[in-house]
Design a protein around this ligand. Structure first.
Ligand code: NAD
Length: 349
């Protein structure tokens, strides 16, 4: 594993802030990848890493992904990410004290970085950080924030699925279509509601089988064994559980016309996007279709949008995907490569 010096030297971002947190024995990294389009936005991940350098590397990689996501979503924000690398995940008073120290660090950056929640941090943590800085979004509704972003994320994915179907065969009609959702959690279950309401047949696969069955019963769909995803025929496969579901092998075996879901980092290997392209499976790039949470939270808490403005911005996820698909066709490149090209143009990379 490379040290801090090598990592920073090889990174294409603007600023990396490194703070030793002696009280917990941890490290805090705030990586501001780009402020070209506005203040850098991106969540705070709290995690136990094998070494501090791994935490820095994660923050750098994730901050670049945020620049792309927010640029393609057309939001006036750059990309950033923070990692709090701890020897163990703190609870209670130690957690609160750490978050207050972290809030002071974010405040000291003067608004060049705005944080939100990510792995192992939630809206209650954002409320604590808010005590020290206004540069935080994703606070609880009780504290004046917009709460859990799963609702706008699910609605954005719903628009993305319709746009993808329209691209495949000219109709965004959902009745008579089968959609297989992996993950019946916050996003997957609300997506199931939208799809069923629009007339689709919904199949749900979750490692928590009773959860999949409960959501399936609620929407009049069926639960599917989570090990049978590759054997299950559907018009759309919607990964809404974990990253890494698309390998070169699984991409060649999927029995669907469209892959369109909320999970982050769906491509386990970048070449899987080429395999999907070669097999005629339309892939909605994850960071394009799952931007609804960022749009909802940033729109409501930072840009002062009302519900109608947020909903209009979520519907534009479908239009953005259509642009990605057009470009993929025109240039004969994968949809992942087309999205990357749009991001690079908007970020002037
Ligand atoms: P969640 O934790 O509420 O739900 C995830 C569900 O997936 C759980 O029910 C879990 O049991 C299930 N699951 C885990 N591993 C599985 C597997 N191998 N097979 C089948 N099911 C499995 O999470 P969420 O908030 O619904 O987010 C879902 C995905 O979307 C995550 O990858 C997340 O990073 C991504 N995402 C979420 C948001 C958001 O606003 N919540 C925004 C952008 C991206």
């Amino acid at each position: 594993m490379a040290g801090f010096e090598t990592l920073i030297d090889g990174w294409d971002g603007e600023t990396a802030v490194i703070r030793r947190d002696r009280e917990t024995g941890g490290w805090i990294f705030v990586c501001i990848h780009s402020t070209r389009r506005g203040p850098a936005g991106g969540g705070t991940r709290m995690k136990v890493y094998g070494s501090p350098a791994e935490g820095l590397e994660d923050a750098m990689r994730l901050s670049g992904a945020m620049s792309r996501k927010l640029a393609v979503a057309g939001l006036p924000f750059g990309g950033g990410k923070a990692v709090i690398a701890v020897p163990e995940i703190p609870r209670g008073g130690a957690r609160r004290a750490l978050l207050l120290r972290y809030g002071d660090l974010v405040a000291s950056l003067g608004g060049t970085y705005c944080t939100s929640s990510d792995m192992n941090t939630d809206e209650a943590d954002m409320d604590v950080i808010w005590e020290r800085t206004k540069y935080v979004f994703g606070r609880s509704v009780a504290a004046g924030g917009s709460g859990n972003p799963a609702r706008p994320t699910a609605l954005g994915v719903f628009h993305g699925i319709k746009a993808s179907l329209a691209h495949v065969d000219g109709s965004d009609e959902l009745s008579g279509r089968r959609v297989l959702i992996q993950g019946a959690g916050g996003v997957g279950s609300q997506l199931a509601d939208h799809l069923a309401h629009a007339g689709a047949s919904v199949l749900l696969a979750d490692v928590d089988i009773p959860k999949a069955k409960a959501v399936a019963a609620r929407v009049g769909g069926d639960a599917v064994d989570p090990n049978d995803l590759l054997q299950t025929e559907a018009d759309v496969f919607s990964p809404c559980a974990v990253g890494g579901v698309l390998t070169m092998r699984s991409a060649s075996q999927l029995r669907c016309a469209v892959v369109a879901g909320s999970a982050n980092n769906q491509l386990a290997e970048p070449e899987a996007a080429e395999v999907l392209h070669a097999h005629g499976v339309l892939y909605a790039p994850d960071y394009v279709i799952n931007a609804g949470g960022a749009i909802g939270v940033a729109g409501t808490e930072q840009l002062g949008w009302d519900e109608a403005e947020v909903n209009a911005a979520l519907a534009r996820i479908g239009e953005t995907l259509q642009e990605v698909y057009r470009r993929s066709e025109e240039r004969g490149i994968s949809t992942a490569a087309a999205a990357e090209a749009i991001a690079e143009e908007r970020l002037d990379l």
